[in-house]
Design a protein around this ligand. Structure first.
Ligand SMILES: *[C@@H]1O[C@H](CO)[C@@H](O)[C@H](O)[C@H]1NC(C)=O
Ligand SMILES: *[C@@H]1O[C@H](CO)[C@@H](O)[C@H](O)[C@H]1NC(C)=O
Ligand SMILES: *[C@@H]1O[C@H](CO)[C@@H](O)[C@H](O)[C@H]1NC(C)=O
Length: 269
């Protein structure tokens, strides 16, 4: 069996046939790709209440840190999946549903050792792996609020940290590819994709890059972004950020297109 993996930081897919371009997709990562694994865990980092999910199917909060779909949902649709990969911790993750893969992502899982994960996935049989870089952390609204010293600009120090992590990720990926000739490994540059949206909002259809839609848009995420948050925008379609850490569905659409195009070699025979 051929596996395709997509790590955001960090996810996988695996391949064959059945309508979809790949038979299953396994997803690892943190809140950027979490579809609800934190719902039943004892944690404060959750998103299973309104207004999360207000633009999702049935206006339903699912645990996704977004008003609507995550980039990974949109990528999965592009690959032909009609159902979203269920959260591993949910009661949907059984029987037939498992045949399309599982989402293991959990919010606030932190940055684990990407190299170790890539090794483990390879040992388990993954031969096609997409791994995303870190996003421009210094441009997240919460980061600017907390570390921007009153400025409205991206925090250079945090962006530089992300760039340095991403450079290491690129080097290690090159090394892994040399070592395992059967491994198709693509580093997907979500940093540049998101940074371009933030620095050229008009060209990408956005009017607001600094304030997130939820609440004041400067700090709220998870439990602080709730139905009682004051100031939540009524239409998130021109906002890059939904809460102070996470992109809107509108931004995720652009990211998904960019990542799918960049990773197209992963689904070629
Ligand atoms: C990450 O994992 C790799 C491979 O197992 C190992 O060589 C490396 O020392 C680990 N790095 C850290 C910081 O733990
Ligand atoms: C993805 O976005 C980056 C940054 O804007 C751009 O340079 C690159 O060409 C895009 N890639 C694709 C395949 O669309
Ligand atoms: C949000 O605004 C866009 C245009 O900017 C519009 O197409 C869309 O229907 C609006 N969505 C809602 C839920 O009002």
């Amino acid at each position: 069996m051929k596996f395709v993996a997509l790590l955001i930081p960090f996810a996988i897919l695996l391949s064959m046939v059945k309508g979809q371009l790949v038979p299953a997709m396994f997803i690892f990562g943190d809140s950027i790709v979490d579809v609800g694994n934190n719902n039943d865990l004892v944690t404060l980092v959750k998103a299973n209440f309104p207004p999360y999910g207000r633009d999702f199917a049935h206006h339903e909060p699912t645990g996704r840190f977004c008003n609507g779909k995550l980039a990974i949902d949109i990528i999965a649709e592009g690959l032909g999946f009609t159902d979203h990969q269920p959260a591993y911790m949910s009661d949907k993750a059984n029987g037939e549903m498992l045949l399309i893969g599982v989402n293991f992502a959990s919010a606030a899982s932190g940055y684990y050792n990407a190299t170790a994960i890539l090794y483990n996935l390879y040992e388990l049989g993954a031969r096609r792996i997409g791994v995303t870089t870190l996003p421009p952390l210094g441009c997240l609204p919460a980061a600017i609020t907390a570390f921007g010293h009153g400025s409205n600009q991206c925090v250079a120090r945090l962006n530089n940290n992300a760039i340095s992590f991403n450079n290491k990720l690129n080097h290690r990926s090159q090394r892994l590819k040399r070592r395992f000739s059967k491994l198709k490994l693509v580093v997907l540059d979500i940093y540049s994709a998101l940074y371009t949206i933030i620095t050229k909002p008009d060209e990408n259809g956005f009017a607001e890059v600094r304030r997130a839609c939820c609440g004041t848009g400067l700090l709220e995420t998870s439990i602080l972004c709730n139905q009682h948050s004051i100031g939540t925008c009524s239409n998130a379609s021109q906002y890059v950020f939904w809460d102070s850490f996470h992109p809107t569905e509108a931004a995720n659409k652009i990211l998904a297109t960019n990542l799918s195009n960049s990773g197209s070699s992963l689904i070629q025979p």
